[in-house]
Design a protein around this ligand. Structure first.
Ligand code: DAH
Length: 335
């Protein structure tokens, strides 16, 4: 290195550094660029260090002048850098906030929400009312055999009552149950009286589809067996239940016939000016009890089979049973 480094030259270089740095720092667009500037001006191999490296080439008197200048320049630039840093930080934060701003006035994006089918909610309501009376819910299979669906219910082969329930037959003496009554038998097989159960479920019949018929529908079976039960208990239970379900709709009991009950009745409610049958019921036929090994002199019982679709249609004023099975959202969304 030449020994002719002059004080002025170093002073010029310092002011040049100052000018360049001021401009560059002011224009730095982000924190990484700012850090690069710091290194290039103030780092070990930076421009300020280069000036300090020449200090040995100037006189002892001049050295402090450069030392002080360089030192204050260094502090000045550090200060500029940290101020610029603050500004960049704020800018970055504001950009982030802008990006993440939530427009509370924007219209909501609805998330479509499913809900339970009206047949399910109707079933649940009926279950609720009966469990409130002390009944227990049990279930049985939809694929049954002749014994449970007919035989044990006092419907022997060739009995005309079989015609009332046009049956879907499967292989191996199996069939799709035509009613929930077989659950009575399945339960009594394993549970001695006293019995108070209800059994909801799907049943199947070879019915042509129309506004009031569907080959698949739902029933709820009711069975109570105990000492001393008579028709007044049946009637009282049915009336209490119907009142709780429908409120004050007119109700009538009509004498009827079922092979597994004696006497038997059908129950109608008056709806839209017409009597509508909603259930069959009766005192359990002693033959059924005896078949299950129950002493029919000691124990009596009553039973009922409710058509869930009917309850649902009256409750929601639905005029056509097919609406309950076609999964049309425009219909289902109303419930
Ligand atoms: N199982 C009958 C049917 O599906 C309905 C029924 C009538 C059930 C009288 C009963 C009853 O438990 O006692 O047509």
């Amino acid at each position: 290195m030449s020994s002719t480094v002059s004080l002025n030259k170093l002073l010029d270089e310092l002011s040049l550094i100052e000018k360049d740095a001021e401009k560059d720092i002011q224009e730095a667009l982000n924190q990484e660029l700012l850090e690069q500037l710091r290194i290039s001006f103030l780092g070990k191999k930076g421009r300020l260090s280069a000036v300090l490296g020449l200090m040995g080439k100037i006189s002892d008197q001049e050295r402090p002048v450069i030392g002080q200048k360089a030192n204050s320049l260094k502090h000045y630039l550090l200060d500029l850098i940290s101020k610029r840093q603050e500004i960049l930080k704020k800018q970055a934060l504001n950009q982030l906030l802008d990006r993440e701003t939530i427009d509370v006035t924007a219209p909501a994006i609805g998330i479509p929400q499913g809900h339970r089918h009206p047949l399910i909610t109707t079933t649940e309501k009926i279950i609720d009312l009966f469990t409130g009376l002390g009944y227990k819910v049990v279930e049985g299979p939809e694929v049954e055999n002749d014994f449970y669906n007919f035989e044990a219910l006092n419907i022997p082969e060739n009995h005309p009552a079989r015609d009332m329930q046009d049956t879907f037959y499967l292989e191996d003496n199996l069939l799709l149950r035509t009613h929930t009554s077989p659950v009575q038998i399945r339960f009594l097989e394993n549970n001695p009286p006293p019995v108070r159960i209800i059994s909801p479920g799907r049943v199947y019949r070879r019915d042509a589809v129309d506004a009031t018929h569907s080959p698949v529908f739902h029933q709820i079976e009711v069975l109570a067996i105990d000492e001393g039960l008579d028709f007044s208990h049946l009637r009282g239970t049915v009336m209490a239940f119907l009142q709780a379900f429908f409120g004050d709709l007119p109700v009538r009991f009509r004498a009827s016939y079922f092979p597994f009950t004696e006497p038997s009745a059908e129950v109608d409610v008056k709806w839209q000016g017409k009597w509508l049958e909603v259930m069959g019921c009766g005192m359990v036929d002693p033959a059924v009890l005896e078949g299950m090994g129950i002493d029919s002199d000691r124990c009596t019982g009553f039973a009922a089979g409710l058509g869930v679709e009917r309850f649902c249609m009256v409750r929601h004023e639905i005029d056509d049973i097919r609406r309950l099975f076609t999964s049309d959202l425009r219909f289902l969304e109303q419930f």
